[in-house]
Design a protein around this ligand. Structure first.
Ligand SMILES: *[C@@H]1O[C@H](CO)[C@@H](O)[C@H](O)[C@H]1NC(C)=O
Length: 133
């Protein structure tokens, strides 16, 4: 059954290659930048300075008296590459993309909704009106 054995070696090789491709070792510098940025700040917004939905997302944090770390993609040389890396991580190419404590929250609509239903305040550990205590 030489053929079968060779086949399974081939499958094993392919599985290994796929695992390598998905590992951080092969991620782009921009992807590393995104992961590092979202893990080093409580609130991160990937934004474009002129985009109204980004302004809306920023306003939400102003309401919560929180200062987000904002990456303005239109004001950086590598903004396009970062946006591409971001899209491979979150599966969307639109801005804004908001991260809380390293976790992807979503875009502007998701942020506003999470603000309105109280889950955002909870994520930020902010004093919420309907606290359990
Ligand atoms: C609040 O909204 C966010 C964002 O859409 C959603 O993920 C979350 O499940 C909602 N939570 C509640 C308690 O409705």
């Amino acid at each position: 059954m030489a053929l079968g054995r060779r086949g399974s070696v081939l499958v094993g090789l392919m599985v290994t290659l796929c695992a390598l491709a998905a590992s951080p070792v092969f991620s782009s510098p921009e992807e590393k930048f995104v992961r590092k940025t979202v893990s080093s700040h409580e609130i991160v917004i990937f934004s474009k300075s002129y985009c109204p939905y980004c302004r809306r997302a920023k306003a939400v944090f102003k309401e919560l008296s929180k200062v987000p770390y904002v990456v303005e993609l239109d004001q950086r040389e590598d903004g396009g590459d970062i946006q591409h890396a971001l899209s491979t991580i979150v599966g969307r190419r639109t801005v804004p993309q908001v991260f809380i404590n390293g976790k992807h929250l979503g875009g502007s609509d998701d942020t506003v909704e999470a603000y309105e239903n109280g889950s955002l305040a909870k994520l930020l550990g902010a004093d919420s009106r309907d606290s359990d205590l």
